[in-house]
Ligand binder design. Structure first.
Ligand code: G3H
Ligand code: 13P
Ligand code: NA
Ligand code: ZN
Length: 318
């Protein structure tokens, strides 16, 4: 059913996997995520960015999130499967007001991203959101450290890795339920420069775990940038150059640790774009959106199921 992230993370911590947090902006993405997670019997966090909420319209989106839970229930019955836990989460909330608005419209979890503020300001803002959210049993994710690359309108040139010396104090002072950290992942499809070794700092993760044992850690920017999707895009007229993601093996290692939530958005964008480009190029007479969005949805679903099974370890853990 519809839940916050508390119990999900407890189970993930105990059983050594990570809950997938997949972003969506439209109906086809939402259907692909929910049907994939139901069929692989994985818990799932449906993730909405500020931009997604504006794109889809905040009112429509709140009903889409709830509709997704109803759809899951009906499909579970039809297929003789068990229901899965689903959370609706605000990704990268940038203000107290936005978090409150999402909580009022029925989100079960929010992120307040104060990572670009000073440490003291981040603590104060995060604490304020936690105090409000917990009154409604909504869970809160905070962030320490800065990911390189673009996050909504904010962009950073370099990673500022999370300082393990700060995490215990931050978690204690704010009361957050989970903590996003910066260990070399980044948003988008260009995570490493060509020639650079694609490697995240699992050593820093280990040190953070040592400081806050048993506390749920979140990894943002964790797309792997599937090269077959990049090649298909480029074969059919796209121009993606030097697109590099996080190697799946490193995400698997992270999922076995205290990392309880792994955020993936770009991989879905790539797979969807690849399929649509392929159909536009190979079936130029098609003009019914169902004829390209439908196959794109199928390709997305397949990718999410593979992620759950092979990367996050969340399949069968619902
Ligand atoms: O944090 C980035 C997520 O991929 C959401 O991206 O702000 O373009 O919707 P967006
Ligand atoms: P990717 O761009 O690597 O998919 O990261 C998504 C993310 O962190 C959403 O918050
Ligand atoms: Na884990
Ligand atoms: Zn993110």
């Amino acid at each position: 059913g519809f839940v916050n992230t508390r119990k999900m993370f407890e189970v993930a911590m105990k059983e050594g996997f990570a809950v997938p947090a997949y972003n969506f902006n439209n109906m086809e993405q939402l259907q692909a995520i929910v049907s994939a997670c139901l069929e692989s019997q994985s818990p799932v966090i449906l993730q909405v960015s500020k931009g997604a909420r504006e794109y889809a319209d905040q009112t429509l989106l709140q009903y889409m999130g709830k509709g997704a839970v109803e759809m899951m229930r009906r499909m579970a019955k039809e297929k003789g499967l068990g229901e899965i836990p689903i959370a609706l989460h605000l990704d990268h909330g940038d203000s107290y007001e936005l978090c409150v608005s999402c909580i009022e419209s029925g989100f079960s979890s929010v992120m307040i991203d104060g990572s670009h503020l000073s440490y003291e300001e981040n603590v104060a803002l995060t604490k304020k959101v936690v105090e409000y959210a917990h009154k409604y049993d909504v869970t809160v994710e905070g962030e320490l450290g800065v990911l390189a690359g673009v996050e909504d309108e904010v962009s950073a040139e370099h990673h500022v890795y999370t300082d393990p010396d700060q995490v215990e104090d931050f978690v204690k002072k704010t009361g957050v339920d989970s903590l996003a950290i910066a260990i070399g992942t980044s948003h988008g499809a260009y995570k490493f420069k060509p020639g650079q070794k694609p490697e995240i700092r699992l050593d820093i993760l280990k040190e953070i775990e040592r400081r806050i044992p048993g506390f749920p850690i979140v990894l943002h920017g964790s797309s792997s940038v599937p090269q077959d999707a990049v090649e298909t895009i480029n074969k059919y007229g796209g121009q993606l150059k030097d697109s590099i993601g996080i190697p799946e093996e490193q995400l698997r290692a992270a999922a076995r640790s205290a990392v309880c939530k792994i955020n993936i958005d770009s991989d879905g964008r790539l797979v969807m774009t690849a399929k649509i480009r392929e159909i536009f190029a190979t079936k130029p007479a098609e003009f019914d959106p169902r004829k390209y969005l439908g196959p794109a949805r199928d390709a997305l679903k397949k990718m999410y199921m593979e992620k759950n099974e092979k990367v996050l370890g969340s399949a069968g853990k619902a």
